[in-house]
Write a protein that binds this ligand. Structure first.
Ligand code: SAM
Length: 199
């Protein structure tokens, strides 16, 4: 664990330009609550946490890399945005029940924390989860994302994790390239799902 995070620290020390937010987060923003308390799980440099803060969410952002968290704090200050950062190893115990209106996870897979993530949603809260797949239609899997298949989703896996939620959007397998009209194999699977409101 320590070595893995040290590698992330080194990576984040060498990234010069601040990354842009996830295009799919922007594209599907209307499926998320208008505002409320949002958590970016394993936020890295936190480009998406900053986007959510700019959209009016009260954002918490968690990551084990101190370099990433320090850079995120500086960047938030420079943009006059407020993000509550925590540098921690994320375990199921880090989550409290019914706390967040939105939990956002991008390019991170730890199956052990998924039940706690779902429990941490308020009724009516939304989970946005997007990460790499083992999609066999993609020949060169190793160019992006984890080399170990264990850290990649199997087909339909996000749906199985979201059985207790109402799925608003699920993308897996292939996607339509709007420019060419052709189908392209997806490197990442995406689910947006809502916790039922208590009646
Ligand atoms: C591929 S990066 C994704 C960062 C960000 N979500 C994004 O999409 O740009 C994975 C992140 O997970 C963090 N990480 C890995 N294991 C962790 C753990 N057990 N607890 C907290 N953060 C962890 C790393 O520090 C790294 O920033």
């Amino acid at each position: 664990m320590k070595e893995k995070i040290q590698r992330w620290d080194t990576t984040y020390q060498t990234v010069l330009d601040y990354p842009a937010p996830n295009n799919d987060l922007i594209r599907y923003r209307d499926l998320l609550p208008k505002h409320g308390l949002a958590l970016d799980v394993a936020c890295g440099l936190g480009a998406d946490a900053l986007y959510l803060a700019d959209q009016g969410f009260d954002v918490s952002a968690w990551d084990a890399s101190i370099v990433a968290i320090t850079r995120l704090q500086k960047e938030a200050k420079a943009r006059a945005l407020s993000v509550t950062t925590s540098c921690l190893e994320i375990t199921p115990e880090a989550f409290t029940k019914a706390r967040f209106d939105l939990v956002y996870v991008h390019r991170y897979l730890d199956r052990d924390i998924i039940p706690a993530i779902i429990q941490s949603l308020k009724p009516g809260g939304v989970l946005f989860y997007q990460t790499f797949t083992q999609n066999t239609a993609i020949e060169s899997q190793t160019t992006t994302g984890p080399t170990s298949r264990a850290y990649r989703l199997v087909a339909n896996e996000l749906l199985t994790h979201c059985r207790a939620l109402d799925v608003k959007l699920f993308m897996d397998g292939f996607t339509l390239n709007i420019k060419t009209g052709g189908l392209e194999a997806r490197a990442q699977s995406l689910v947006v799902a809502e916790k039922r409101d208590l009646l």
